[in-house]
Design a protein around this ligand. Structure first.
Ligand SMILES: [Fe+2]
Ligand SMILES: [Fe+2]
Length: 379
């Protein structure tokens, strides 16, 4: 027999299944090899207002299920080679929102238990009593509606979490960008006061990052190192103009005042949570590998790595940049200086990384438009 669909004309029982089309009639697929038993149950179901389709085999049932969604499948499990259970598995996999009720004429407890374990809603003895059948169907449909509602709720929750996460990430990026712009504006003001050009601090950021990357530092450490390099001389805000801008040599007490700038910078920055690590680089940016720097005379690895790298970047920029009283020197001169003072002024490992950098790369980093090319260049 070929599969068939039957529906009592007139007033089909209608089940509102969550967001299913409103007032859609409940569609039931009946699967049984026994034509007489199948037709008897189908007739009862149609009489009760359900839309009913019949299939003799699992293949027919699957073909019908794929062609149109059923709310529920009534499936005989007394089949050779456990076809009923296999059909149940396929339906659970392909149409998880379809409820399945098992029917058994032999009372095959093992198959029934296995079927319930695999997700069937219920099991009825054949031939089912009308009341038992309708109750089992309504129970299964109610459970199905609940599962669908849960699924929709979970899906909408997941979507909202995704949307909120995206919004938060965007807000975070905007805040970071606002931080970066603020820091750059602050440093540009400082550079303008001392250097008459706003690019000194930005160049040392690029050089510092290039050396740090050459040394293989984790990408997560780079933003802090970049911020430390950018803000290294922020403490000069606290140095009077008469000393900072003095054209001639500084007197000893003026030097003393000038040498306070790492600690002033550290004090300004350390209470700002996202600048706490950079503030330690600022504090140590005038230290030397051999311990003859200031303010604390730290030596070797007691100096934060970011500050050791920065020391080379600052020297590179000091030698290669133009000053009001002289033209900037060639890159080779800076290389020579770093080579000569590796192990005394500079950390030899940082010096080695710097000396291994390609000259063309360093020349490119000197240009004002090179900022975007420096990894993590935006502090
Ligand atoms: Fe400094
Ligand atoms: Fe500087």
């Amino acid at each position: 027999m070929s599969p068939s669909i039957a529906q009592r004309p007139g007033s089909p029982r209608e089940v509102l299944a969550g967001s299913d089309a409103p007032a859609a009639p409940t569609r039931i697929l009946l699967v049984d090899e026994d034509a007489a038993a199948r037709d008897a149950v189908a007739a009862v179901l149609v009489q009760e207002g359900y839309v009913c389709a019949c299939a003799r085999t699992s293949e027919q049932a699957l073909a019908l299920a794929q062609a149109g969604e059923f709310h529920l499948v009534l499936c005989d499990v007394d089949t050779p080679r456990q076809e009923g259970l296999q059909l149940l598995d396929r339906l659970r996999a392909d149409q998880p929102s379809t409820a399945v009720i098992l029917l058994t004429g032999r009372g095959d407890t093992e198959a029934v238990v296995e079927g319930l374990r695999r997700g069937a809603s219920d099991c009825l003895a054949k031939p089912p009593q009308l009341l038992d059948l309708v109750r089992a169907i309504e129970r299964a449909l109610a459970k199905r509606r609940l599962e669908l509602a849960r699924h929709r709720y979970r899906t909408s929750l997941e979507r909202r979490v995704r949307e909120k996460t995206a919004e938060l990430s965007k807000a975070l990026r905007e805040i970071e960008s606002a931080y970066a712009s603020t820091l750059y504006a602050l440093v540009a003001a400082l550079d303008a006061r001392e250097h008459e050009t706003s690019d000194h601090s930005q160049r040392v950021v690029r050089y510092t990052l290039a050396i740090a990357e050459r040394m293989g530092l984790p990408a997560a450490d780079l933003p802090d190192i970049a911020r430390g390099a950018l803000l290294h001389d922020i403490g000069k805000i606290g140095v009077p103009d008469a000393i900072l801008l003095k054209p001639g040599k500084l007197l000893p007490q003026e030097w003393e005042e000038m040498r306070r700038h790492p600690e002033i910078g550290h004090t300004i920055l350390r209470s700002i949570p996202f600048l706490e690590v950079p503030s330690r680089i600022v504090l140590a940016h005038q230290e030397r590998w051999d311990g003859r720097g200031y303010p604390h005379g730290l030596a070797g690895e007691a100096i934060p790595l970011g500050a050791r790298i920065f020391a080379i970047a600052d020297t590179l920029d000091a030698i290669t940049s133009d000053r009001p009283y002289r033209r900037g020197g060639p890159l080779e001169k800076a290389r020579e200086e770093v080579r000569r003072y590796a192990g005394t002024q500079f950390d030899p490992r940082c010096a080695e990384a710097f000396l291994s950098l390609d000259g063309g790369v360093l020349e490119a980093l000197r240009r004002p438009d090179a900022l975007a090319a420096a990894a993590g260049g935006s502090p």
